[in-house]
Ligand binder design. Sequence first.
Ligand SMILES: Cc1cc2nc3c(=O)[nH]c(=O)nc-3n(C[C@H](O)[C@H](O)[C@H](O)COP(=O)(O)OP(=O)(O)OC[C@H]3O[C@@H](n4cnc5c(N)ncnc54)[C@H](O)[C@@H]3O)c2cc1C
Length: 394
Amino acid sequence: MATPPTGSRARGVDFLSIDSMLTEEEQMIRDSVRAFVNDKVLPIMAECFEEGRFPTELIPEMGEMGLLGSYLEGYGCAGTSHTAYGLVCQELERGDSGIRSFVSVQTSLVMFPIHAYGSEEQKQKWLPKLASGEAIGCFGLTEPDYGSDPGAMITRAERTDSGWLLNGAKMWITNGSMSDVAVVWAQTEDGIRGFLVETGTPGYEIRTQKHKFSLRASVTSELYFDKVALPEDAILPKSAGLKSPLSCLSSARFGISWGAIGLASACYEEALRYGSERIVFGKPVVAHQLQQAKLADMLTAITKGQLLNLRVSRMREDGSADFAHISMAKRDGCRTARDCARVAREMLGANGIVFEYPIARHMANIESVYTYEGTDDVHTLILGQRITGHAAYS
Ligand SMILES: Cc1cc2nc3c(=O)[nH]c(=O)nc-3n(C[C@H](O)[C@H](O)[C@H](O)COP(=O)(O)OP(=O)(O)OC[C@H]3O[C@@H](n4cnc5c(N)ncnc54)[C@H](O)[C@@H]3O)c2cc1C
């Protein structure tokens, strides 16, 4: 068996002793989520993926552990560091991207905008329930015709005597069909604003999107708004323009960059474990030079991703990280994860394609993660603009 620091299930992949750069609290949170994933998530994930089912039974425990809205202050949230939030995402995605997506959406796309742009009444009403997992939220930005270009959205909220009238549709919405509340972004006479739309409001319909190859253990839905009458106080009063949903995306993308490295680590660890036991031409797969090159490349890419994520985290904590720094981490993390999943799968030979091993599941999941929250192309354009000063989107 290879050396424990690069493949131990207890501590994870840590070739450069990055643990020593984490606080004791961050290590403790990471270890507890790691144990939760090993004990509760991994044993059921292949079945959930095959059945196309999100494991709702895990939500109360994630709430009790403080994983929902973890880095937010007050209202029943744990108030951890951004790094701790990143570590939560890393460990959850080692289990499955669907579980990490659930926590990302609840935390960064639902609780964060309510915390940042909501009224005191909205915060009191929703945040404690969302933190405990008693209530579930979703985030409606993407539309059937507009994904990478959300500023062109069609969904519109018109002022009425008693509040607002909402019309439009959203698509690809994580958690949609199991949500109690949706954070919906719509055009108004004052530009794009956020609204809280409660499930069951007349004219609001949710349809589950089925037949996915990827992120099968996650709920994805379409939201339809047909003359939905909303009260005056449904608007997030401090939301102002496209920059408000984009700030939510920055928070979610930050977590995804950590999650992607968790996925890459899971694939690397599985390839190392399997390749250490499987004998080909008289010796373990990993004893062959060609396979060692693959492991060396994976370990190096994962380690670089860990360092990038930690640096961006610490910059977020001192207030110096901006969206372009996060774009670099999201883009690089997803590229690393995609490459590691593909190479790890080939190292398992035929066993790489079956549900018994997690790699094909991760390989399918990373296609969604690579696509949502800004595709690789979009993050490339964000970096291109930062580097050159020229926007090249259109
Ligand atoms: C499983 C899943 C869950 C999701 N969850 C949510 C959610 O909870 N809430 C939500 O609002 N959305 C969600 N999304 C939507 C996701 O954010 C969008 O799919 C994503 O932003 C891409 O948009 P699109 O699919 O419309 O692709 P398009 O925007 O149509 O892009 C098509 C292709 O064109 C490329 N492209 C786009 N613009 C440019 C350009 N300027 N130059 C060059 N190439 C370009 C893209 O990179 C892509 O390759 C989810 C998506 C998936 C798959």
